[in-house]
Design a protein around this ligand. Structure first.
Ligand code: GRF
Length: 217
């Protein structure tokens, strides 16, 4: 059997994306194995969910560390113990230092609830609603030292409807997060990607896809 890439999912909260990754990795031909779920918050609901799903869990509480580097060195030690090869951040609410980002360059990915480079940072859905944009979505990208930047692996766009609230828009985006994140992690785990500047290339040459226009014209 082909060896699967040992992957850690980093969380801080509920962990619905983590759950989507664990579920996808249950398929025997999925190229990554979720070998660890690590949280900076010992009380993160995602930790108990991961345990129920049969995945090793570990909390590294950022509050008991003197600073960001100390916290990350503890995380790194845990990742080393579990022989982690790839890191997938899924609602991990800590900014990482350039040291940690460099340590994992090309081997650490993140999901963000907006179509980057629009709406970096927090409250993306509320800001999209306030701006009246008609298209919103989510992005999976490689992590680089700058927050919510880095070569883009996958994006999904959803319409913004007149009746939307922050909650309804977040739910529509989240459904797409759960689709694109497992697909993007699989692409990275399979290997063979090339990053040139901000662009990610792989061997697949897709035919011209249809235009996506919202609302339909
Ligand atoms: C998701 O919207 C993700 O894009 C963002 O934080 C949220 C985490 O949700 N980074 P969950 O913990 O995966 O349910």
């Amino acid at each position: 059997m082909r060896t699967r890439v040992r992957t850690a999912v980093l969380i801080s909260g509920r962990g619905s994306n983590m759950e989507a990754l664990i579920a996808a990795a249950r398929s025997p031909d999925y190229p990554a194995e979720i070998a660890l779920v690590l949280s900076n918050r010992p009380d993160a609901p995602g930790l108990s969910r991961a345990r129920e799903m049969g995945v090793a869990v570990q909390a590294v509480d950022h509050k008991i560390h003197a600073g960001r580097e100390e916290f990350e060195r503890s995380m790194q030690a845990v990742l080393d113990i579990h022989r982690i090869q790839l890191v997938a951040m899924a609602g991990f609410m800590r900014m990482v230092t350039p040291w940690f980002a460099e340590q994992w360059r090309g081997r650490m990915i993140n999901i963000h609830p907006a179509l980057l480079p629009a709406y970096r940072g927090l409250d993306t859905h509320a800001r999209a609603l306030a701006d009246g944009v008609r298209v919103h979505g989510c992005t999976v990208h490689f992590v680089v030292p700058a927050m919510d930047e880095g070569p883009i692996l996958a994006q999904a766009a959803v319409p913004v409807l007149d009746a939307d609230t922050e909650g309804s828009l977040a739910a529509r985006v989240l459904r797409q997060e759960h689709r694109i994140y497992p697909a993007a992690l699989a692409r990275v785990a399979r290997g063979g990607l090339t990053v040139t500047g901000n662009r990610v290339y792989d061997a697949e040459t897709a035919a011209e896809p249809p235009a996506l226009v919202v609302p339909p014209v």
